[in-house]
Design a protein around this ligand. Structure first.
Ligand code: HEM
Length: 231
């Protein structure tokens, strides 16, 4: 029964809140569908923290596709051994995860300590950064510390198939009951984060972050470069 609650009810409930809440916000309050920039209030730390955090998240996302969405058999078909996979996951995932955590810590300290940024930050802004930090912090801990000191846990035979089974509406919750606690905590915290998306500035993630680095240089432009061009 406990397994059904955590690995069937919580995922579907939080994903429903995320989807219905996001549709509601998009249709009823589209003007709020933004992550208002605070660059105007402080630039130096934002230019370090923001790219670190966002690129780290993008790399970690690719890692999650590789570890959770792609089945283990796929790797075996191409001769990629479990050892090769885990070595790549630890080094690649470790770097990505550290980028996310360091970036989020910089952004959080900036929000807390720089007066002009703090007064414009809402409760929801703090909530998003702190919960991202908790989810990513546990993720980095399991990737770098747990995997190397306790056991190289093979989540591709438990977490992966369970996560995919949610999308075929035949949730195999039994697969999750024996998973190490820290992995469980990481995932439940992630679902909590998903449910909060419609109520925070995290909605901007739907708006194709892939184009973010290629957008018009409206923010982050260097004053000196524009001076040189005589603008
Ligand atoms: C339900 C969704 C999620 C599942 C099933 C999941 C699963 C996992 C697993 C199994 C690992 C360990 C990887 C390894 O040891 O090689 C991991 C690591 C990690 N997770 Fe998640 N995760 C989820 C959501 C998230 C979210 C929303 C974030 C965003 C903050 C996140 C951030 C991380 C980070 C930074 C790491 C460490 C680096 C890496 O392996 O990418 N995870 N996650």
């Amino acid at each position: 029964m406990e397994g059904i609650f955590w690995w069937v009810i919580v995922p579907y409930l939080t994903l429903a809140i995320m989807i219905i809440g996001s549709i509601y916000r998009f249709t009823h309050n589209q003007l709020s569908w933004v992550a208002p920039s605070t660059e105007f209030f402080e630039k130096k730390w934002l230019r370090i923290g923001s790219p670190l955090f966002h690129y780290g998240l993008l790399f970690a996302f690719v890692g999650h596709v590789m570890g959770v969405l792609i089945p283990l058999e796929f790797y075996h078909m191409f001769g990629i051994s479990d050892h090769m996979y885990h070595a790549f996951a630890i080094y690649g995932g470790g770097v990505a995860g550290l980028m996310v955590v360091v970036g989020a810590v910089i952004l959080l300290i900036r929000k807390m300590t720089i007066d002009r940024v703090r007064v414009h930050a809402t409760f929801a802004d703090f909530y998003s950064v702190i919960s991202l930090l908790i989810v990513a912090g546990i993720g980095v801990y399991i990737t770098l510390i747990y995997n190397t000191t306790v056991v190289e846990y093979e989540y591709r035979t438990t977490i992966g198939p369970w996560f995919r089974s949610l999308f075929t509406f035949q949730p195999q919750y039994q697969l999750m009951t024996g998973v190490p606690f820290l992995f469980q905590l990481h995932i439940i915290a992630a679902f909590g984060l998903f449910a909060s998306i419609p109520f925070t500035r995290l909605v901007h993630f739907y708006s194709v972050p892939i184009v973010y680095p290629f957008r018009a240089p409206q923010q982050y432009r260097s004053r000196s470069a524009f001076k040189r061009k005589g603008i």
